[in-house]
Design a binder for this molecule. Sequence first.
Ligand code: CA
Length: 231
Amino acid sequence: MKTKILVIEDERDISELVAYNLGKEGFAVSASANGEDALKTIRKEKFGLIILDLMLPGIQGMELCKILKSSVETSSIPIIMLTAKSEELDKVLGLEMGADDYITKPFSPRELIARVKAVLRRGHEKTAADKIIKAGDLEINTDTYQVSRRGTPVKLSATEFKLLLFLVKRKGRVFDRDMLLNAVWKDETYVEPRTVDVHIRRLREQIEDDPSNPVYIRTRRGIGYYVDGDL
Ligand code: CA
């Protein structure tokens, strides 16, 4: 699917130049001539990137950038600011507003494309990496709910997955059975503390080389379970 890019720029020549060059590169481009229109468009459509001019009629580019970066729905959309002046101040301000990059006018189509691709690449790397939680050789993907060890998929039940994720996210802290019951089983009544032990044992059978000498999920005798903080 084509990445959708919104160009927010009141100067028609520049807006058209940007749209033309991005379109030629295979992006789907929309354009807004002011901030109010842009906000409406962003509410309706999902964009992969925004190119935002600093000098706009109505809501200024900087203000718009701040609005977009402070809202949960739009904060993850990368923004490249276009600045008319080459003053350092504008650049710094643009980035302080949370913009991901800036381009100073006049710019070449080649520079524009290079910046757009670099920002998009950075965004993808970040989101993919954010979803993977590691503990030693274990990788937990919180997006696909898959677990792998040394690259080999590990099959876990939903409860085992939740238990593992809970402990790995809190490496180094020891949890007793009641705490784990509250965290993983939540509202399920009539679950005995022993249930935790049963699931820990099953989990170990799946992820440990030697379940009786566990490396990932350790026992703190008389208290409960933990994942080593050094993993
Ligand atoms: Ca402008």
